[in-house]
Design a protein around this ligand. Structure first.
Ligand code: PGA
Length: 251
């Protein structure tokens, strides 16, 4: 079965005002979107519920992070149980900004992934190498090391609720997009690894999306690649061209 094209808009800690966020959602609501694309919008935590209420019903809301405990004395955190209670169906985990700035290890990301799945929340699981690691020829090794702790904690059936986002750190927010060759080769390797480490069926059905400076001009070419099943979009998700990215899988 063909993998459904998936586009996530990662708003990060943007834009600054409630009004700007509402305007962004309203623009998405009136846009003519490819109905075959699964669309997920990920605002900062404080806006999850109000934006969920106004977002078109054929799109979904995602949290940008969560903790792995259900409740307790964890100031500043939000739990998978709370996301489930708020009917937030997706969470982004392991984004490179979380790994780098907030020191999340692959083991922590795996524990969070397990906790989110246990509450029925689907996970956009981000992995990717730095420029130094790519230049040292370590891309596959790094991606596999980031996936391994997750693989250890998941059952085969859990993978239907995982979207893997390959996001080379050097391409995130830099305007430097991976070439088609780099994206395809790396994502093919990730799929081959899933086949070996989990199962051929999981490798075949799991969406592997690309993230890192995707915009309205480069999305069409990337969308054609056989192992690119969609995008996780930062900067361009705040702009009108986001609609072109959502529609980039249209033939
Ligand atoms: P970018 O961010 O599109 O601004 O490069 C992508 C991401 O961090 O998910």
């Amino acid at each position: 079965m063909a993998r459904q094209f998936f586009v996530g808009g990662n708003l990060k800690m943007n834009p600054d005002t409630v009004a700007a966020k509402v305007a962004l959602i309203k623009a998405i609501n009136v846009a003519d979107l490819d109905p075959t694309t699964e669309l997920v919008i990920s605002p900062p935590t404080i806006y999850l519920l109000p934006l969920k209420d106004i977002l078109r019903k054929d799109a979904k809301i995602a949290a940008q992070n969560c903790y792995f405990k259900d409740s307790g004395a964890f100031t500043g955190e939000i739990s998978p149980a709370q996301l489930a209670d708020a009917e937030i169906p997706f969470v982004i985990l392991g984004h490179s900004e979380r790994r780098t700035l907030f020191h999340e290890t692959s083991e922590i990301v795996a524990t969070k992934t397990r906790a989110a799945l246990d509450k029925g929340i689907s996970v956009i699981l981000c992995i990717g190498e730095t420029l130094a690691q790519r230049e040292a020829g370590e891309t596959a090794k790094v991606n596999e090391a980031q996936l391994e702790p997750v693989i250890d904690l998941l059952k085969e059936s859990d993978w239907s609720k995982i979207v893997v986002a390959y996001e080379p750190v050097w391409a995130i927010g830099t305007g430097k997009v991976a070439t088609s060759q780099q994206a395809q080769d790396t994502q093919k390797d990730i799929r081959a690894f899933l086949s070996k480490a989990v199962s051929p069926a999981v490798a075949e059905s799991t969406r592997i999306i690309y993230g890192g400076s995707v915009n309205g001009s480069n999305c069409k070419e990337l969308a054609k690649l056989p192992d690119v099943d969609g995008f996780l979009v930062g900067g361009a998700s705040l702009k009108p061209e986001f609609v072109d990215i959502v529609n980039s899988n249209k033939v």
